[in-house]
Each structure stands twice: as C-alpha cells, then as structure tokens.
Design a protein around this ligand. Structure first.
Ligand SMILES: Cc1cc2nc3c(=O)[nH]c(=O)nc-3n(C[C@H](O)[C@H](O)[C@H](O)COP(=O)(O)O)c2cc1C
Length: 628
C-alpha cells in the first residue's frame, strides 16, 4: 500500500471537522456500555425512527461516554444557529417531542442538563431559551475536572478516524516520525513526568529508556487493557470512546523503544471495547498508520489484539506476557523486569491504556504543559471510576494533588441521599479503605501508599455509615481468594486463611486472639507473595484494622455489627407505629417469617427470619429496622 503523507492527514482532519460541526443538525447519543445499560440503544433507534417519519434531515452519531454515567442516556443536540445542548436521562418517549421541536427549528425544552460550548462560543452569551442552564464545565460534577486522557470521550464518534483527527489525532505520530529522533522522544516523555497509570506509577520515560537501551534487537510493546478490578471501568471507557488515542500512543511507544510489533491485551469481557478497538485498528491499517513504512518514514509497526484469558491476575504484567505466549497465566518473580526480559524473552514495555492514551496529547502540547498539571512528582491527571454511596457517580478525571475531600464533596456531590461518607476504597481489591478523617489527603501515588492504600488503576468505591468495614474487607478478600492463581503459598493459603478469619468474625464466631492472627498473616502475605496480587491483597484487611478497629472489636467482643449489616449479628423487627399493614413484606418474605392481619401492624418471627432484608427493601414506610 502506498503510504499516506502528512498532507493527507490534514485533509482527513477537515473531513472530521465537517462531521463534528456539520452545516445541519447533529444528534449524538452516548453509546458506551454505561449508556447502553441505561437504554441508549433504544433511544438512538427511537430518534432515528421519528426523524425518518418526519423526514427531518439530521446527522445521527453514536459517541462514547462523557463521564456522567449516572445521567445516561445522554444526548448531545447541535442545532446550527441555535446552539448545542446536552440532554440527560433521555427516554424513548422523549424522542417524538425532541424531533418535533427540532423540525420547527427549536432546541427541545425537556430534560436539558447543560450547554456545550462550541469553538469560540463566549460564555457571556447565554443560549436563547436556556439562559439559566449552566455550561457543561460549570456543572459541579465537571467543575474540578480536567480532561487529558478523556479529552475526546463522549465528544467524538469512536468509529470515525476522521473525527479523532479533527482534534489533531495522529499529528503527534506524524511529528515524531518526521523528527526521526526516538531518543528525543523518550526524553520528552521523561520530562513530562508521566507515570504509569496501571497502578504502580513507574515513570514511563524511564521504562521506555531501559527497554530502548537493551542490546537485544527485537523488542515489543504491550498495551495492558485487562482491567479486572471490580468497580473499575476507566480503561473500558477509553477504549469504547476514543480507541485511536490508545493506538496512536502504542505506535509512538513502539517507535520510542525500537519495537516493530505491539499488542493490545484486552479484557475478553469487554465486547464493545474489543469491537471499537478492532474497527479503529482496521481504519489505521487502511490508512497506513499501522503496518509497513508508516507515513513514508520507513518505520514498520504491526499491532495485534489479544483477548484476555479472564482472570484478574492476567493484568499482572508477567502473567499477561505468559498469556500472550500461550504458556501458563502465572506471574513470575521480578527481576528480571519485562523491560529487560519480557515477551518471548525479549525486552518488552507493558503500559496501561491511560498511560498510552496520554502520550499523543503530551507530545502535542509539550512536556512542560503536562508537568504543569497536578502535583510535584505526580504530574498530570488521574481518572477514577467513582462508584458506591456517593451522589454523583461516573468517570472523573482530576488533576493529581486534589484532596479526597474535594473529589468526594465537589465532584461526587457528597454522600448518597445526603448521608455522611464514612470511608473510601481506592485501588480496587488491592487497595485500602481510608476513613473520613483522612479526606484532606492529597490524591497522589505517595500519599495514598503512605496511608496504607494505593492509587491502583483508578477504582474508587465510596461507603457511608450503613457499611460494615469488616464485611467490606471480607468482600475484597473473597475476590482475591478466588483470583489468586495459586502458584505461591503465601498468596494461595494466606488469603484463604484471612478470608476464613473474617468470615468467623462476621458470623460472631471469632475470639479476641483472632484479630492478632489476622494482622500477623496479613503482614506475611504482603511480604512473601511473589506478585502484586498477594503483595497488595491484605491492604483492605490492614487498613480496616488500622482505621476501624472498634468495628472489629464490636464484632468479636460484643458480637455486634455496629453498621447493622452482618446477618448473624443482627435481628430485624417491624416498628409497630410505622407499619400500615400493607402486607408487602409478608408476601415477599421467602421464609414466611412475617405474620399479621391486613391493615394492622405485622411482626417478624426471629427464629424463621434469615435476615435477607427483602422485607426492608419492599417496605414503603421504612418500618423494618435493625434492632440488634
Ligand atoms: C493482580 C494484578 C492485576 C493487574 N491488572 C492490571 C490491569 O488490568 N491493567 C494495568 O494496566 N495494569 C495492571 N496491573 C499492573 C501491571 O502489572 C503493570 O504494572 C502495568 O500494566 C504497567 O503499566 P504502566 O507502567 O503504564 O502503569 C496489575 C497488577 C497486578 C498485580
């Protein structure tokens, strides 16, 4: 294939700009996994059908995730001459009115969330009819955010390489190849202060240099898109919403280290991410941006997508390498590190999705720009999937150095239903639970590690007063117990024993000395396991013991669960004054433990009751209470 030249990139950019800002109406529906789960697929079809009925001429686009997952389905309507408005929680029922309004040359009045600023659109000029509507970046959820990794997410069509190019996509690659100076490239990434976003925070430039300086001719680069942590979906969203940013970062990384083959190891349980990535790769290959003689530079680079083997440990870099090789998916002790001896025994860089997606924009805007964001030694932004008992949930990107309090209160909007936030778990199952009294902590690699947690790859689970911290530790240990590959004894047997003790504590069967044993085993598992899974799995135990010891003591010494969660330690009863005798609980109770006449207060038989709480869930009056 004849390679395209940089002037062809400029032409494709014009094409992208013309679809992003067409002369006519453009409607974009957020169709990443979060949007689809909320019904965006049906909304898209309803809009299409209505437009077809009325003959309205429009460009209907499927975009990715804008981050505010809770407000999905999100629909971005751009009506030239009128403005651009984002609509939230759009239902199929809203489609006829939406299309009818647009057909009359008006923006729909129902369900607007924010105005989206267009290029050169002054915020002084409010949109006619939407004067009180904030701009998107004025919403509390977005105000403290700074989009670097997620710069295109939800704004472009991930299936269009031209729309990626409209935001200067592939320009960094073109520049790097025309400079022909990989050494300077590594220097720029080093100077930018970029640290790996896969959890460990290892300086990316340093990793690239180690690999580049190897005397071995054959080298590889791998994008780690395994993302197996429960509650985390940052990497999935980047792949679903902006796959070209990852591909461009991977090619640039390959050029920097002298690799001619790259791999993207993507979690198999992410079908949409695999689809978007596969489509984007085919487009890049078609245009000669991947393959032989890229942009006429003489640089050859191939990319292979490998689907993950379905275990959390597959994300650990040495296990991941084994998985690509088709050998065992078990971690190996380090050293040797993959940058020295990795895939097929050759020097290999393994980088996270977000690390690679950051590379093109860092090169375009310059290392000093990236260094100016964030905190000392922690340049740039961090992406979190903010989930749990917090008012605003979704994908957030904030500068490093923001405090936990700023993130939770300002971006997250505080506890769900106005409840007080008790703790936050960062770093997924390998992270720790940090109590509210530490919320002034800066979000950076060192501060979180110092407090006993980790940054991890960006899962953040928020918990309120209704959460039992012993139960939370047990939950995460159940996960790591199931996911331990079993190769090393401390991880395999140690985590199982930690989980056994936690189960005894939550069942009210533990003795005081179990707390010491718990701490001792946790220390051994951390110190002696061969890979990061075992080395970090005890973190939820150690942090909850450190910050919530009183809850452990209440379980062990008083056989009481202060949060009223552990079923063996609680009793449910119906508040006789609050119960209106509607009979819902009686009907739903699976063990027939509830009795009572219609319209008079009901009672629970504590012997038959299994504390499943279905009665509490269905009671419209909130009359079911924990009494012990
Ligand atoms: C059990 C376990 C699971 C991991 N899962 C991932 C993952 O899903 N994605 C990821 O990028 N890194 C994961 N890591 C970290 C990788 O081993 C590696 O450090 C990372 O991919 C390096 O990329 P970075 O330098 O860009 O951070 C995991 C580590 C462990 C111990």
């Amino acid at each position: 294939m004849k390679p395209i030249n940089p002037s062809e990139l400029a032409r494709l950019k014009e094409v992208g700009l013309s679809t992003l800002h067409p002369p006519g109406l453009r409607i974009a529906v957020g169709m990443a996994t979060c949007g689809l789960a909320a019904g965006a697929g049906a909304v898209y079809e309803a809009i299409k059908e209505e437009a077809g009925k009325t003959g309205l001429n429009l460009m209907l686009i499927k975009t990715g995730c804008l981050g505010y997952c809770q407000q999905e389905p999100l629909v971005d309507v751009r009506l030239p001459g009128r403005g651009r408005v984002l609509y939230a929680q759009v239902s199929t029922k809203a489609a006829p009115d939406m299309i009818a309004a647009l057909a009359q040359g008006r923006l729909p009045a129902e369900g607007p969330l924010a105005v989206i600023a267009e290029n050169g659109n002054s915020k002084e000029i409010r949109l006619e009819g939407f004067d009180h509507l904030p701009f998107l970046d004025e919403l509390p959820f977005y105000r403290r955010q700074q989009k670097v990794v997620l710069r295109n997410s939800g704004l472009i069509d991930p299936a269009s390489i031209e729309e990626y190019m409209a935001g200067d996509g592939y320009q960094a690659l073109a520049q790097v190849l025309s400079d022909g100076d990989p050494e300077r490239l590594v220097e720029a990434i080093t100077r930018s202060g970029l640290r790996g976003r896969g959890g460990g925070g290892f300086p990316t430039g340093r990793k690239w240099r180690i690999c580049r300086e190897s005397s071995e001719e054959t080298r590889y680069i791998i994008c780690n898109a395994d993302e197996g942590d429960p509650g985390a979906y940052m990497d999935r969203t980047v792949l679903e919403s902006d796959p070209h940013s990852v591909i461009e970062g991977l090619i640039i990384g390959g050029y920097a280290i002298g690799a001619h083959q790259g791999y993207i190891y993507v979690r198999d349980e992410y079908p949409l991410a695999v689809e978007k990535l596969t489509g984007a790769l085919a487009q890049a290959e078609e245009l000669g941006l991947v393959g032989p003689n890229i942009l006429g530079s003489g640089f050859d680079f191939a990319v292979t997508i490998v689907r993950g083997a379905g275990a959390f440990v597959c994300g650990e870099e040495t296990a991941l390498i084994g998985s690509i090789e088709g050998t065992s998916v078990e971690p190996h002790p380090k050293p040797p590190f993959p940058a020295i001896q990795g895939l097929w025994g050759r020097p290999t860089v393994v980088n996270n999705v977000k690390t690679l997606a950051s590379v093109p924009i860092i090169l375009r805007r310059g290392p000093d720009w990236h260094r100016s964001i964030g905190a000392t030694g922690n340049a740039g932004t961090v992406v979190f999937s903010l989930v749990g008992q917090v008012a605003n949930t979704g994908l957030v990107e904030v500068p490093m150095g923001l405090t936990l309090k700023e993130l939770l209160e300002e971006v997250g909007g505080g506890g769900l239903n106005g409840k007080r936030i008790k703790a936050v778990q960062t770093g997924g199952p390998s992270g720790g639970c940090l109590p509210a009294r530490l919320f002034d902590l800066s979000i950076d690699f060192e501060s979180l590690t110092g407090a006993g947690s980790i940054m991890g790859s960006g899962g953040m689970v928020v918990m309120d007063e209704g959460t039992c911290m012993v139960d939370v530790a047990k939950y995460f240990l159940a996960f790591t117990k199931a996911e331990s590959c079993g190769k090393c004894t401390p991880c395999r047997d140690g985590i199982r024993e930690l989980h056994n003790i936690l189960s005894r504590i939550t069942a009210g069967q533990a003795e005081a000395k179990d707390l010491d044993t718990l701490e001792e085993i946790a220390g051994w598992v951390k110190a002696c396991s061969i890979c990061g899974l075992g080395q970090t799995a005890p973190n939820p135990v150690l942090t909850t013991l450190r910050y919530f010891k009183d809850e452990y003591q209440a379980h062990v010494l008083e056989k009481r669960c202060p949060a009223g969660v552990c079923s063996a330690l609680i009793e449910l009863a119906i508040n006789q004054e609050a119960c209106n005798g509607c009979g819902l609980c009686l009907r739903e109770c699976p063990t027939e433990a509830i009795s009572g006449k219609k319209k008079s207060p009901h009672v629970i038989d504590p012997v038959k009751c299994t504390r499943c709480r279905i009665c509490a869930d269905v009671c419209p009056e909130g009359a079911v209470q924990v009494v012990r």
